[in-house]
Ligand binder design. Structure first.
Ligand code: HSE
Length: 343
């Protein structure tokens, strides 16, 4: 298939996908008959550009990496806002990668609803809209006969959502438990080596793991969003962010870390949910001191891990990247290839 793509937001993740698409263009075409052109980009800081015949993405990446605005691209139509880019261009897939607001879901929620309403496919790594109303958006996509993919909202390109949706289909999944935030796992790993909390956080920001506002990471809100998403989408139980007990890592001191070390244990920020008797869900994000024998204790750096509790297989665990430019960009490629397969 041939697809015309439009980026809404063109920060780290969008650029990560653009790099992958460029580097793998031939392979994607030959192996999957997936052919693409990018026709539009709209970003609140970098400006916007539209050319229905396709943009030179190599040039675009060079422009933005040198800190220039999209207005400096030599041809094309400039100045369209995000909504105009979604509704008035000839794009057939909207790639929504603006910043995440877990509580309101905006502005991504409006972008995605608008796109689905005008019958455009959406792929997105934005957690906010999925936390707020995954099932409503999926219903809307179904009514409009378009695709809404969000593999990257949990564990970035490590396929957490698709694993449950496709490969584990037929199991009853009764709960999950995991390390769902890369930034905090990175900070805890560095603190165990003796680095200060502040320095470790700064490093996590420099490496592109942290959210635009890292409070969301360290206070456990990012992991909470992922717990809400997995509970709604995988366990099929409707909860909102207020239903999750939450504590972040900000109160964990060097002394706590050293004490755990001397006990042969390790602090991890664990996100979990379990369907209890009567169908009630208990969902939580909380720091836990795990014995080193626990498989999750061995997951360090920004790596994430997720265990699904299934009726046929027992616990099934995946371990892999949960954040990062290419890793999250790749998650969008997973969705694009799924759309390509079903089109
Ligand atoms: N800030 C998030 C993390 C990015 O550190 O895991 C991926 O959701």
């Amino acid at each position: 298939m041939n697809f015309k793509l439009a980026f809404i937001g063109f920060g780290t993740v969008g650029q990560g996908l653009a790099e992958i698409l460029l580097e793998k263009k031939e392979m994607l075409s030959e192996k999957f008959d997936f052919n693409w052109s990018v026709v539009a980009i709209s970003d609140v800081i970098k400006g916007s550009i539209y050319n229905g015949n396709g943009l030179d993405m190599q040039k675009i990446l060079e422009l933005v990496k040198s800190g220039k605005k999209l207005d400096e691209y030599p041809t094309g139509f400039k100045g369209m806002n995000s909504i105009e880019t979604i509704t008035k261009t000839n794009a057939d897939i909207i790639i929504e990668v603006t910043f995440t607001d877990i509580k309101t879901g905006e502005p991504a929620l409006t972008h995605i609803k608008t796109a689905l309403n005008v019958e455009k496919n959406v792929v997105s790594t934005n957690k906010g809209p999925v936390v707020r109303m995954a099932s409503d958006l999926l219903k809307l996509a179904k009514i409009k006969k378009v695709f809404y993919g969000f593999e990257g909202v949990v564990l970035s390109g490590t396929p957490a959502i698709n694993l449950a949706k496709f490969t584990l289909a037929g199991n009853i999944i009764t709960g999950f438990k995991g390390i769902l935030n890369g930034t905090t796992n990175y900070i805890l790993t560095r603190m165990e080596e003796g680095m200060s909390y502040e320095k470790a956080l700064k490093k996590a920001q420099d490496l592109g793991y942290a959210e635009a506002d890292p409070t969301g990471d360290v206070e456990g809100l990012d992991a909470l969003g992922k717990v809400v998403i997995l509970t709604n989408v995988v366990l099929g139980k409707k909860i909102t962010w207020q239903d999750v007990e939450r504590k972040g890592i900000t109160e964990i001191t060097k002394e706590d870390i050293n004490k755990a070390k001397s006990e042969g244990k390790r602090w991890k920020l664990i996100g979990s949910a379990e369907i209890q008797k009567g169908g009630v869900v208990k969902a939580k994000v909380w720091p836990e001191k795990l014995p080193l024998s626990d498989p999750l204790a061995g997951v360090s750096e920004a790596t994430n891990a997720l265990t699904y509790f299934t009726d046929e297989l027992g616990p099934v665990t995946i371990v892999g990247p949960g954040a990062g430019r290419r890793e999250t960009g790749f998650a969008l490629l997973i969705d694009l290839l799924e759309l390509n397969r079903i089109s």
